[in-house]
Design a protein around this ligand. Structure first.
Ligand SMILES: Cc1cc2nc3c(=O)[nH]c(=O)nc-3n(C[C@H](O)[C@H](O)[C@H](O)COP(=O)(O)O)c2cc1C
Length: 390
């Protein structure tokens, strides 16, 4: 599947076109809308999220809720558009450090930073979440799931001991009660965090930082369960699955690092400590007792859980303002500010799930067929049979 997004932050609508999405997939529009809603949540988001109530409008590629294989065009209207159409505004000339403002203005020969902000704004990620929801609906047919939680905001890290055993390669919140309970813990948390103690400390921190006119970043863990061995490839540099996923995740505005498996600990562990030794049982097939590789070796899935952490920098728009230069006068100035998020880390988990799901959809299509769900399912089952009988 290829997808392209278009649309400005305060334009009439965002749009996304999905091409080469398989035919025969049941599309639950309510599910897509729920995904859009999940992106809007999160303690620390600004008031814009109270104005928007994102809903997808599907214009093509679907008949009776089933995809036909034709390109799927979607719209997500911006409620805030009506408040901006006639708004008279002075040009913005004080670029924010940490944003696209200065380089974008110079690169495109623009004179008003507003013309940069409108497209560089992370509002665009709503269109990605819609595309990701289509990918998730496809993957669900194969019991492949992506999920995420917030691991850290500012200097507060959560305690992961109480749910270490729940997260495994067969995680399936549609089939297992414990998995569903875990997902509910995350989904019911205002910061998408499964540790209640850390949650209240983080909310306090967001409040304190907000009062000081400052902002926060953090870290998110993202997972994919139910994967077959051998998605991705070692045979060409750009076919490596870890490279493909890293590109997708780092493309999310404000994500500054993507770490697989043991992450930063990879640098200090010995080979004998790091590498996930290989075991075999008739029932289980090949398996590992550890997952320091994060489910990817040699650019391919190894059948274990994909486990990734991303690091997110603090939001660049601060009410305090930062030192900048007015592009007209070249005098010292304070950076531009308007209504803004204090912390967007919880939403970034939802966007990261979407990007990961899109990559996995593409890899499934590459290995098992592009066109039609039935054909892809047959090829997938044959391959699983081959792996199981080896
Ligand atoms: C969901 C989400 C919401 C964001 N909200 C804001 C915001 O309200 N204000 C802001 O200045 N930056 C916000 N950002 C971060 C900027 O979009 C990002 O830092 C900027 O585009 C520069 O990109 P870079 O950080 O990857 O260099 C948000 C990012 C995401 C993913």
């Amino acid at each position: 599947m290829i997808f392209l997004t278009a649309g400005e932050s305060h334009g009439e609508a965002l749009s996304v076109i999905l091409s080469e999405y398989p035919a025969g997939v049941n599309i639950d529009i309510e599910f897509i809308n729920r995904e859009l809603f999940r992106r809007q949540l999160g303690y620390g988001r600004g008031s814009r999220m109270q104005i928007e109530a994102d809903q997808v409008k599907i214009l093509s590629g679907i008949k009776d809720n089933i995809t036909t294989g034709a390109p799927i065009a979607c719209l997500i209207y911006n409620n805030d558009f009506k408040n901006w159409v006639d708004k008279k505004q002075e040009p913005i000339t004080n670029p924010r450090p940490g944003h696209a403002d200065l380089s974008g203005l110079l690169k495109y020969h623009l004179s008003n930073i507003r013309d940069v902000i409108e497209r560089s704004s992370a509002r665009e990620t709503a269109a990605r979440v819609a595309a990701g929801a289509f990918a998730k609906l496809f993957l669900k047919n194969f019991d492949i799931f992506t999920f995420s939680f917030v691991e850290q905001i500012g200097n507060i890290k959560i305690n992961q001991n109480s749910f270490k055993n729940i997260i495994n390669k067969n995680f399936n919140h549609f089939k297992n009660k414990k998995d569903l309970e875990f997902i509910n813990r995350i989904e019911n948390s205002p910061i998408r965090c499964p540790d209640k103690d850390a949650e209240s400390k983080i909310i306090d921190l967001i409040n304190q930082v907000s009062q000081k006119g400052d902002t926060l970043g953090g870290a998110v863990k993202i997972f994919a369960s139910g994967l077959p061995i051998g998605l991705g490839s070692y045979t060409q540099w750009d076919l490596r699955l870890d490279a493909i996923i890293a590109k997708s995740l780092i493309s999310i505005p404000s994500v500054k690092a993507v770490l697989f498996g043991a992450g930063e600990r990879s640098a200090e562990l010995l080979g004998s400590e790091f590498h996930d030794e290989i075991f075999y049982e008739r029932q289980k097939g090949f398996y590992r007792k550890t997952n320091n590789a994060g489910g990817i070796e040699g650019g391919m899935t190894n059948g274990e859980l994909i486990e990734i952490k991303i690091l997110v920098k603090p939001i660049p728009t601060t009410m305090k303002g930062l030192q900048t230069i007015d592009i007209k006068t070249k005098h010292k100035s304070k950076s531009f500010k308007e209504r803004s998020d204090i912390c967007a880390v919880p939403s970034i988990g939802v966007i990261a799930e979407a990007m990961l799901a899109i990559d996995l959809l593409n890899q499934m299509q590459k290995k098992f067929g592009m066109d039609n769900l039935e054909e892809i399912t047959k090829n997938f089952n044959n391959y699983k049979k081959y792996i199981n009988n080896i």
